[in-house]
Design a protein. Structure first.
Length: 246
């Protein structure tokens, strides 16, 4: 008998690969979803086209918004600074996926840029560069000249909000951190689930949704070893499995 695995849509990013424009997802996101029993499919930015979107999302049981070195377009949250690392196709797709997840209750896990997209989708705003904000002092941004294993090592604590969606996991955890942007105003209908010791918002959830959680750190990295990663992906895929069984 076939055991159907929940189909998890993973949003792609525009990248130049071998000198050619590409739609790309890092293997670690695919491996994490697969490891926890999901069936990963990669959505290119063309999936946002209305002629494609509804048909595709009929077969989707969960959504993963990955990290990315690009940034949400400033115009989406009323900012006016010049953004040199835009991926407008990613923005279009992610925001349609967030609206779909909100409307249908589809489970959604948002990582790093994904958390920032989630916050902006629900009318929140971002700091373009947390280093310019007085009071933030934790090492939130990686040293991009360091080896990857150093860039992604845990570097600061997150304090989990009691009574929140992550409270079942515990009170705090040590996480990696690779981001220049950060939540400024928290979006409507969002609950803060974790903060760094310097007050930077590290995790959010959509109130009264079965599972819509955004985290600023990267649980996909050590998805099989890190206990908080295990908790997040297990919860995510279990909720997606419930949607599949409906
Ligand atoms: N560009 C945003 C988000 C940063 C981010 O997602 N970093 C990780 C990218 C690579 C990966 O997915 O591991 C910011 O700078 O805040």
């Amino acid at each position: 008998m076939h055991t159907f695995r929940p189909v998890i849509a993973i949003v792609s990013c525009y990248k130049m690969v071998d000198g050619q424009p590409s739609q790309s997802v890092y293997q670690k996101y695919i491996d994490a979803v697969n490891f926890y029993g999901g069936n990963p499919i990669l959505l290119p930015n063309t999936a946002a086209d209305s002629a494609n979107f509804d048909a595709l999302l009929k077969v989707v049981d969960g959504i993963l918004l990955t990290g990315s070195y690009s940034n949400v377009a400033p115009t989406r949250y009323g900012a006016t600074h010049l953004e040199e690392k835009q991926d407008l196709g990613r923005d279009d797709l992610s925001f349609k996926l967030l609206a779909h997840a909100d409307k249908t209750g589809t489970p959604l896990l948002a990582v790093c840029r994904g958390l920032q997209e989630m916050n902006v989708h629900f009318e929140g705003t971002l700091h373009p560069d947390w280093r310019e904000v007085e009071g933030f002092y934790e090492p939130h941004l990686e040293d991009s000249t360091a080896p990857l294993e150093v860039q992604y090592q845990p570097v600061h604590d997150v304090l989990i909000q009691p009574e929140g969606r992550l409270a079942e996991f515990g009170k705090e955890w040590h996480v990696n951190s690779l981001h220049k942007q950060a939540i400024n105003k928290v979006g409507e209908r969002l609950s803060v689930e974790a903060v760094a010791r310097d007050g930077l918002v590290e995790a959010i959830s959509l109130v009264q949704h079965p599972f819509m959680i955004g985290v600023q750190w990267h649980p996909e990295l050590n998805y099989a070893q890190d206990n908080l990663s295990k908790f997040l992906f297990t919860e995510f895929i279990q909720h997606a499995s419930k949607k599949l069984s409906k």
